[in-house]
Design a binder for this molecule. Structure first.
Ligand code: UTP
Length: 467
């Protein structure tokens, strides 16, 4: 690679008041200069300036929330849509059998709250097996493929920080039994962190910008840029089952969920849980003028969050758990207009070099990070619905380090064990209270698949792993 020209970089940076980035250039090695030039290549400085100044805020949330209503869709008891659950399940099974469904797993996040020094997917979460999140997810995909006699491709989104270790880990483990050609990794883009007061790009080291992944919404441009979307189209896929790396209870490719999505010809279907109280800290899936939106809890005024329907139930009841079914053609349409997806500004603590070149670890949020969210494509879907799931069955996100009040390794493992205990009891197995149990996805994907696999009347009082 030829040495980048100082003058060219300086001129470009100076146009946006960012020339401080070149501080110390004379002392850098050629490789360091090249790295900075490459980082700058990936960044639209004009966009960053406008975002910092707040010029490109998405549609005013306040104008939306006033008109927010309950979203259309199906409740846990099967009401809400003109189809029966058994029709929906059958339809979903057909989509799977005909090989029309692929999986998207987003695993590009930095996992800062968990504080684990590897990609979060490598966290050993199995309560007994200590299987990693990646192994559990990939085995579910393998088991779905076996159940329906097809190969189900999985597209795993990484980021520059997680890509190398994720590739290495999955290759080392032979993709946990999936054919290598059915596990497609692709890397999302980055955005720079800027100083919240001045809008200046932050440096994490001499000539190294503080960059972070551009949010799970970065999926949209990344799928087009990396050819993943084209791959899905060539395979004849019609729907993606989308989920996040941190939730080991995700009902991957659940035929009932896919069936509701398919039968209603929804472009994007979101799995939601009923909020336990009005101010619960989850994204609210709402309907405004016939379109679905996700409104973050922080943007929902208390008075609106408390609104009730005439029957006394919450009006804005649907909490997002970041599991979606998305039509491939809808995603392709959005990929061609990715610029319409807004960036969200989040205040975060980001270590940076000060004017004297010393690394500062701030003790309060000093920076603005810029992220896109996948659910911002929802309002562009002409037809979209929600499907209510039971949180005990489908939602146990690993977010926080051990010892924190919620969403920790301990709480997630307890929830996994409780779910498997219910499955076992439903087929007549006696499980002593508190005895940890775990079921490999390759043994059974749900209670139905357990039928006939364990002798009736069996008793479990010790930690037991079914594989
Ligand atoms: P979170 O927003 O919970 O972030 O991501 P995180 O990285 O896991 O954890 P914190 O906030 O730093 O502690 C939700 C899901 O979206 C993915 C994550 O990997 C996770 O599966 N994600 C998030 C991406 O793939 N890319 C991103 O840029 C952000």
């Amino acid at each position: 690679m030829s040495e980048p020209s100082y003058q060219t970089l300086l001129e470009r940076l100076a146009r946006y008041g960012q020339e401080h980035v070149l501080m110390g250039w004379e002392q850098w090695r050629p490789t360091e200069r090249a790295v900075l030039a490459e980082q700058l290549e990936q960044i639209d400085l004009d966009l960053v300036r406008r975002l910092w100044q707040g010029e490109l805020a998405g549609q005013e949330v306040q104008t939306l929330v006033e008109r927010a209503d309950s979203p259309p869709g199906v409740r846990l008891d099967g009401t809400g849509l003109p189809f029966s659950p058994s029709d929906a399940r059958q339809h979903g099974q057909q989509l799977l059998r005909r090989g029309r469904v692929g999986v998207i797993l987003v695993a590009g996040g930095q996992g800062t709250r968990l504080g684990f020094p590897h990609p979060k997917g490598m966290f050993p979460i199995g309560p007994i097996s200590k299987k990693t999140l990646f192994q559990i997810h990939l085995e579910k995909v393998l088991a779905v493929g076996r159940r329906y006699g097809v190969s189900v491709p999985i597209y795993v989104m990484t980021s520059p920080a997680t890509d190398g270790p994720t590739r290495q880990f999955l290759e080392q483990h032979g993709f946990f039994g999936l054919p290598a050609e059915d596990v497609v990794l692709f890397c999302q883009g980055v955005m720079p962190a800027v100083d919240a007061q001045t809008g200046k790009l932050l440096l994490e080291g001499p000539g190294r910008l503080a960059l972070s992944p551009d949010g799970h919404g970065g999926l949209i441009p990344a799928m087009a840029r990396t050819g993943v979307l084209q791959d899905a189209q060539q395979r004849g896929l019609e729907h993606f089952f989308y989920f996040q790396v941190d939730n080991p209870l995700t009902p991957v490719c659940d035929p009932l969920f896919l069936g509701w999505h398919g039968l209603t010809q929804s472009a994007m279907t979101t799995l939601v849980i009923a909020k336990r109280h009005p101010l619960e800290r989850v994204g609210n899936v709402v309907s405004v003028d016939g379109r679905l939106y996700v409104i973050e809890y922080s943007d929902l005024p208390d008075a609106l969050a408390h609104r009730r329907k005439p029957d006394g139930s919450l009006l804005l009841w649907a909490g997002s758990i970041a599991v979606h079914a998305i039509r491939v053609d809808f995603l392709a349409r959005m990929a061609h207009q990715a610029d319409r997806l807004p960036f969200h500004r989040a205040r975060k603590k980001v270590p940076y070099l000060d004017a004297q070149g010393r690394l500062v670890h701030p003790d309060r949020p000093n920076a603005i990070k810029l992220e896109r969210f996948i659910f911002d494509i929802l309002p562009y879907a002409e037809r979209a619905i929600v499907v209510e799931g039971d949180p005990k069955e489908c939602f146990a996100p690993l977010k926080n380090a051990p010892g924190q009040p919620e969403d920790t390794p301990e709480s997630v493992q307890a929830q996994m064990s409780e779910l498997y205990t219910r499955w076992l009891r439903s087929v007549g197995v006696e499980v002593a209270d508190g005895a940890p149990v775990e079921i490999s996805p390759l043994f059974a994907l749900d209670a139905e698949q357990l039928q006939g696999k364990i002798p009736p009347g069996a008793r479990i009082s010790q930690p037991t792993y079914f594989e």
